[in-house]
Write a protein that binds this ligand. Structure first.
Ligand code: TRP
Length: 335
């Protein structure tokens, strides 16, 4: 954790429910791979989660521990990666306020991720300003840790672009180089679809397989998966495109050649849905079984200690950056 020669990664998730396989394939897997060669900070973004859940804070406070456990279950090592809670780093709030001056409303309006979320959420009494501005607070999240790499899903790319615009503007206006630009580290896998084959897997659409699902839940979800509605008899030729079972086999089955052979067979006819679902079930049971084993080996009383320690370490870095920021703007009156 204290190896200062390593490049820094900052990444995180909103704690508003448990994490699912879409999170795993989109970024958790990368975080596990990268954690030994980088200095990795993983933020549980509870302040960001409040921007669209401010009326139900209990949902967030509860899932902070669920998400931490999800992290540990996939193999994130708390003595290697720094896991911390956003709201406990007040310097982040301060930096966000300085950044708000550097972004105009028109630019925020054009952020495609926020735009899509606004449509999806149907905010009744109008868009909360906090929600509208969360990309600015996310820019603070990334830059306060001097992060150069951000392992996220492709939906977060607009956030990285906006962060770098803020960095350039800040450095230019305040004649400094104290802020660093960053890059997204994208997963090579494409976005994971939901078991219904409609949009991407998500909690709100109730179409996701969770990292903490039981063997029976996993099995049921696999057997519910949308395949090819015209593939009625085993002997019928089937379609692979849009077929959720193949999308998941592509994402999770280790033997790519076997998957390609199965696709050919399915296209020709003679391969039944039950056979491919059985294979996918085995594949996912093995993966989620590994998660379950780690999860069960974790003493729940240690979780709080992990978060306290991680947050303490993260704050040291945040305080270092905020000092430079205040210096650059000229706010260190009492120095
Ligand atoms: N916006 C991310 C999400 O929707 C969560 C997040 C908050 C984040 N701060 C971040 C991701 C900083 C990467 C870097 O899940």
């Amino acid at each position: 954790m204290s190896n200062t020669n390593k490049k820094i990664i900052l990444t995180g998730d909103r704690p508003s429910g448990r994490l699912h396989l879409g999170h795993y394939i989109g970024s958790l897997q990368n975080r596990v791979k990268l954690q030994d060669s980088y200095q990795q900070y993983i933020m549980i973004a509870d302040v960001q989660a409040l921007t669209d859940n401010f009326e139900h804070p209990e949902k967030i406070t509860q899932s902070v521990y669920d998400v931490t456990l999800d992290y540990l279950s996939v193999g994130i090592k708390p003595d290697v990666s720094t896991i911390f809670i956003q709201s406990q780093i007040p310097e982040l709030t301060e930096l966000t306020v300085y950044y708000l001056n550097l972004v105009n409303l028109g630019r925020l309006e054009r952020n495609p991720t926020v735009k899509a979320e606004i449509q999806q959420k149907g905010f009744g009494e109008g868009i909360p300003a906090g929600f509208f501005c969360y990309p600015v607070s996310q820019a603070a999240d990334i830059t306060i840790f001097q992060a150069e790499l951000v392992p996220v899903g492709d939906d977060q790319v607009p956030m990285i672009e906006q962060t770098n615009e803020i960095v350039r503007r800040f450095n230019r206006i305040y004649q400094t180089d104290c802020l660093k630009e960053c890059k997204a580290h994208l997963s090579h896998a494409s976005r994971l679809v939901g078991i219904d084959g409609k949009a991407k897997a998500s909690k709100s659409l109730n179409n996701a397989i969770y990292l903490s699902d039981s063997p029976e839940e996993v099995r049921q979800k696999v057997f519910q998966m949308y395949t090819d509605p015209n593939h009625l008899k085993v002997s019928d030729p089937g379609t692979v495109e849009g077929n959720v079972v193949f999308a998941y086999l592509d994402a999770f089955h280790k033997d790519k050649e076997e998957v390609e052979n199965l696709k050919d067979h399915y296209r020709k006819g003679g391969l039944g849905d039950v056979t491919i679902k059985k294979l996918l079930n085995e594949t996912l049971q093995e993966l989620i079984g590994e998660f379950r084993e780690r999860r069960e080996s974790i003493n729940k009383d240690d979780l709080k200690e992990i978060l306290v320690e991680g947050t303490r370490n993260a704050r040291v870095k945040a305080m270092e950056t905020i000092e430079m920021v205040r210096d650059a703007i000229g706010l260190n009156y009492f120095k």
